[in-house]
Design a protein around this ligand. Sequence first.
Ligand code: PLP
Length: 439
Amino acid sequence: MGCVSHVDDAATPMTSASAGGSRAGARSTAVSRDAVPATLEARPLAGLGARLAATSTVPAPVLAVDLDAFDANASELLRRAAGRPLRLATKSVRVPFLIERGLAAGFTGLMTYHLAEALWWVERGVDDVLMGYPSVDRTALDALVRDDRARRAVTLMVDDLAHLELLVAALDRAPASEVPVRVCLDIDASLRLGPVHLGVRRSPVRNPEDAVALVRHADPRIEVRGVMFYEAQVAGLPDTSPAVRVVKKASLAELARRRGAVVAALEAELARPLELVNGGGTGSIAATGQDRVVTEITSGSGLLSPTLFDGYRLRPGEQRLLPAAFIGLDVVRRPAPGIVTAFSGGYIASGPVGPARAPRPFLPEGLRLLGTEGAGEVQTPLRGAAARGLRIGDRVWLRHAKAGEVMERFAEVALVSGPEGAVVVDRAPTYRGHSLTFG
Ligand SMILES: Cc1ncc(COP(=O)(O)O)c(C=O)c1O
């Protein structure tokens, strides 16, 4: 295991409900008992194929979101947080309607990935937006410092003197204001075992001394709101082996010590408590929440529960998150017995390249990608027992490896809700559908 965010061999087989992707609608909604973890059986998965078939009038490729599963996931994530505020990571959703639904369900504030995106949300009325990443976008920085409402609502992420210098330059260009610009320090949360680095490469700020040195350079127009520690080697790493679990435990213990020391040093330097100590991600809500120093946890992917999140062990009392986003493709060819070819489908996830980054065939059960072609730019061949029963025009469903990224390939999502037999289909634009592109 080297530098990891989401590991490539993460995927354990998840649930599969057999369902027909037929023109005439669902053929079978029987759930394969062998394949479905017990906790899923209690959830409304049995009718999933039929629910998705309700989108049959929406032309493919279609991105369907099961709103009932989304809502159940929101409740489960909030339950795992046990009262600790959960901040919604927008990059993992990228559909404004769904982001607002998460806020309405009880998420507190947003973590955005682009400063222009943060400003868009402020325009839309959100008053607590934490940038999860530094911004060197001078245009967006200028817009931020010229708008007092944005200054109050947005907290910038910094981990380098250069970030502060860019901000000071923007402040020097702007009219004076009584409202400080708020920043959060990104602190490296990786685990170092000798020369081995476990975690992501983000911030050079690691220790109390680094953090204090950076804060000492802050201009009086800048207010340090808090710190963030994103422990990707815990939150974004599925529990694939006992060794992984040992590393996670060691990492959490090391992090709790260092986090406490960094926060104490900064509070002593600033002579006031920090308002914000952010940590975690979907895969570590309960574990990160055990450290009382942490004031809030970030989560996003769990709302849609893509395949890279299938391999997490449940803690006692936790419910499994439900797959909520599905890519519908239509079969356009039958090149050979046992193989069908669907239109489009090559929605490969970012990260270390490997099979786990490809979309995974989901319904009907028993389809798989071809090793020689994978998921293609314009067409995706699929083989397996279920392919024999598929005809041209039938719809098949795949799940993406990540949560928000695939939304960049669709202008809108088809929202599916309600019980089998009374399924309602609605639509909501993605960022792309709103003509927004933030990278
Ligand atoms: C700073 C930060 N916090 C939290 C997360 C976790 O988000 P999610 O719950 O979507 O995995 C991420 C994801 O990359 C992140 O970059």
